[in-house]
Design a protein around this ligand. Structure first.
Ligand SMILES: [Zn+2]
Length: 175
């Protein structure tokens, strides 16, 4: 078993850091000093080399980052607005159920006094109608709850994207 000692591929010894944008590994030659610019070979994003305890890369051109953050804040505001709207209409719907029930009770009481002969038919009618109304309300209720849940998830994601962008901006402006 005298296989010749394999020389390690030179690539393994080269320093690498992740592209901030597309997360691809970028090889950083030792000639690149702290603060030097290097471009990602995959997505062409320009970075600055950070030689701290570990080799890192930060975005060189913060213009697009700032734009992305600005856009992100608008998205967050829009979703917050939609969420407020959805929650408000949710309340209106819940009040609507209360009024509907009061109205039905009032109608039944009235019918009992004035139209005793038709009471049975009327009760069936009211029962059916309330059933349909309640089913519809329930459906809308569920749809609204789902919408609120979806908007909340979108808001969480947008906020987390925003935090990520702020972090990248902070890091980029330190070099
Ligand atoms: Zn990249």
């Amino acid at each position: 078993m005298a296989s010749p000692p394999k020389s390690e591929p030179a690539e393994d010894k080269r320093e690498r850091a992740r592209c901030v944008h597309c997360r691809t590994d970028i090889v950083v030659p030792p000639t690149y000093a702290h603060g030097d610019h290097i471009k990602c070979g995959t997505c062409a994003t320009k970075h600055k080399v950070v030689r701290g305890e570990v080799l890192r890369l930060v975005i060189a051109d913060v213009g697009p980052l700032k734009e992305a953050l600005f856009e992100n804040r608008r998205v967050v505001e829009r979703i917050e607005d939609e969420l407020r709207g959805a929650r408000r209409s949710f309340g209106i719907g819940a009040n609507g159920i209360g009024f509907g029930v009061l109205y039905a009770v009032y109608q039944v009481a009235l019918n009992e006094q004035l139209l005793s002969q038709q009471l049975l038919l009327a009760s069936i009618g009211v029962g059916l109608a309330s059933g349909i109304v309640l089913e519809t309300v329930n459906y809308l209720f569920m749809a609204k709850r789902q919408r609120i849940r979806r908007l909340s998830a979108e808001l969480d994601e947008a906020r987390s994207n925003g935090r990520q962008l702020e972090k990248q901006l902070r890091e980029a402006s330190r070099v």
